[in-house]
Ligand binder design. Structure first.
Ligand SMILES: [Mn+2]
Length: 230
């Protein structure tokens, strides 16, 4: 029985990524995929990129990754996100920048005879569109040819099986859960495209401490305690 794991929205939270990778190691997983947003929010963004790069985890581009390399760190709708990305741009290693520049906006893969499309956000805008729900009309309008769409960006674990037989899965966020559960989130997908949502505890105090040491205000990392949006 072959299973894949999908992680997303790590946002520089290395302790969360390490906890998730350790958990995946304990299970029989053939391949790990990542839906992007390696950077943004928390300090350990170089380390997160390095880890994903080292492990050769196929990854797509997220909106924070895109803002860092293509828009001078600016996310127009958020002063806080821009402030953090500007700091990350100043502190980014050359290998972080070149890795982010290598990321595709989508991936098409095959998993036990099923076709899967992997994106950070939505079908209309692969990099920055909030997909809180889907239906067959949306899939038809934006020509989803694959059996399964896996998207991140909302930080909310989601699953829907449609009338057409197509499936949608969102793994939730490893680095910044927003569903009221402070544990890192990821998903395992079996050969029948059934999701198993996994939550893993990690030491978020390390992240909060590192953010304070780098001079960021408390409100930015407080949400890690409760799993709520900042
Ligand atoms: Mn995002």
């Amino acid at each position: 029985m072959s299973k894949i794991a999908v992680i997303s929205d790590i946002h520089g939270n290395l302790p969360a990524l390490e906890a998730v990778l350790n958990d995946i190691k304990s299970k029989q997983i053939s391949t790990i995929y990542c839906l992007g947003d390696l950077v943004g929010y928390y300090c350990f963004f170089n380390e997160v990129v390095q880890k994903i790069n080292e492990l050769k985890i196929p990854t797509v581009l997220g909106n924070h990754d895109d803002a860092l390399i293509n828009n001078k760190g600016v996310i127009a709708r958020s002063k806080t996100c821009t402030q953090i990305l500007k700091w990350q741009l100043e502190n980014a290693s050359a290998s972080t920048i070149s890795f982010l520049k290598s990321l595709p906006t989508h991936l098409e893969i095959t998993h036990s005879n099923h076709s899967i499309k992997l994106i950070h956000a939505g079908l209309k805008d692969n990099v920055d569109e909030y997909l809180f729900d889907v239906n067959d009309t949306y899939f038809e309008n934006h020509q989803l040819n694959e059996d399964l769409l896996v998207s991140g960006h909302t930080h909310l674990p989601s699953y829907k099986k449609l009338y057409s037989g197509k499936t949608w899965i969102n793994p939730g966020s490893a680095g910044q859960p927003r569903d009221g559960n402070n544990k890192a989130s990821y998903v395992i997908i079996d050969e029948g495209l059934n999701p198993e949502f996994i939550r893993v505890s990690y030491n978020y105090a390390l992240v909060i401490e590192a953010m304070a040491l780098n001079g960021f205000e408390n409100y930015i990392s407080e949400g890690l305690k409760t799993g709520k949006k900042l």
